[in-house]
Design a protein around this ligand. Structure first.
Ligand code: GLN
Length: 391
């Protein structure tokens, strides 16, 4: 049979996360590619899900989210940002943040609009923009003094009367940048000047290592033109539960819900109840997780530096971007994709080639992304194998 895939998806192929995890399994490699913990989330949250199942919370949930969960999310958001939101009309629970992004773009963006993405971008952003029929515009993040950031003039040039939205991701995957107040002010000012909305993916909001996380919704004039997107997965080591949410004005919530009701209708009922418990009493778990990830960041980062990588120390997320020129020279490969394949098959460690997150040919091809959301023993084994690269 000829190719059956719709044209809008043909440019995207299979996501790099599935590709690399498959290659890692094939070669029995330590998988530092796809970002997921190799340990379970906390028992008190797992027990809450089991309880919800036993207590008959097993039919469709309210489409926009079970009242307990949206109420918890609204309360927590107000505590963190100072922005008061109505749980029933301004919070929508989704099947992970990935669905929140898709439903938000599908519900708010028209064909012919433009959506601004920072590159490297998380791969689903670009595919979702394609689903809406809008055009993606790219603003390039580059390293300046050991941290990826944008050029404010390039950002200003990307905005026009066609701009409907900008997708912000802070803490940023894959660079580890946590956007500063000044950077967010620049984005906010442009959104207001061009009457655009900000979609802010904040799934790594709890995973910062000393740099405060700021929600762009908390900036003056932004509460009603920002959709704040987040999820349970990263903060509670439960990436397979797929509970996410979108917080925004009544009007933008109505737009998101117009898509969400036809995409998934609602998300899993017992997991929403368990998510509500996690978000109410989970702060201590999150602090311990953050402390462990900080140790992992430094442990893996120092080892990568000794092996010959130039490490960008992440301010947030559970990823390290490492410049690989010296390593790839030693191994005789020419870019991140070749190196990722060679490391997986010959050395036994899988990582993500970040050039696949870029529209500009070759951008970030001198980096690899390593996930450190792993047990110490897993990192030990990865480091032991990487040392075989030699100097
Ligand atoms: N967010 C994860 C990462 O960046 C991957 C999620 C997925 O596989 N879809 O590694």
């Amino acid at each position: 049979m000829p190719i059956q895939t719709a044209e809008r998806f043909r440019p995207f192929g299979t996501t790099i996360f599935a590709e690399m995890s498959r290659l890692a399994a094939e070669h029995n490699a330590v998988n530092l590619s796809q970002g997921f913990p190799d340990f379970d989330g906390p028992d008190f949250v797992k027990d809450a899900a089991k309880r919800a199942i036993d207590e008959h919370q097993n039919q469709y949930a309210r489409s926009a989210g079970v009242p307990e969960l949206v109420t918890t999310i609204a309360r927590r958001f107000a505590q963190r940002t100072g922005v008061a939101v109505d749980p029933m009309s301004q919070v929508t629970a989704t099947s992970g943040c990935t669905e929140a992004i898709a439903s938000t773009l599908l519900g708010t963006v028209n064909p012919g609009d433009e959506v601004i993405l920072f590159e490297p971008y998380y791969d689903s952003y670009r595919a979702c923009v394609a689903m809406t029929g809008a055009e993606a515009r790219f603003v390039t993040l580059r390293p300046v003094n050991g941290r990826f950031t944008f050029d404010p003039e390039e950002l200003a040039r990307a905005f026009s009367s066609k701009t409907r939205a900008i997708l912000v991701n802070t803490p940023h995957n894959p660079t580890g940048t946590v956007f500063t107040r000044e950077e967010l002010d620049q984005i906010a000012e442009l959104c207001q000047r061009h009457n655009a909305i900000a979609l802010s993916d904040e799934v790594y909001e709890d995973l910062t290592y000393g740099t405060p996380h700021i929600s762009i919704a908390s900036l003056p004039g932004m509460a009603d033109r920002t959709v704040t997107l987040s999820s349970l997965g990263k903060s509670f080591s439960l990436t397979g539960w797929k509970v996410g949410w979108a917080i925004t004005s009544d009007e933008l919530s109505a737009a998101i819900r117009s898509a969400h009701q036809f995409v998934t209708f609602s998300t899993s009922t017992p997991f929403q109840h368990a998510a509500s418990v996690a978000l109410q009493i989970g702060e201590e778990y999150i602090s311990e997780l953050r402390a462990m990830y900080l140790r992992n960041r430094d442990y893996l980062g120092e080892a990568l530096a000794e092996i010959g990588f130039d490490v960008i120390v992440p301010q947030g997320t559970y990823f390290i971007l490492a410049e690989h020129s010296r390593v790839s020279e030693r191994l005789g490969v020419k870019n991140d994709v070749e190196l990722a394949i060679k490391l997986t098959s010959d050395i036994g460690v899988a990582a993500i080639p970040p050039s696949v997150f870029c529209a500009t040919e070759g951008h970030c091809s001198n980096y690899l992304r390593f996930a450190f959301c792993k047990q110490k023993a897993t990192l030990d084994e990865a480091i032991r194998r990487l040392r075989k690269i030699g100097s």
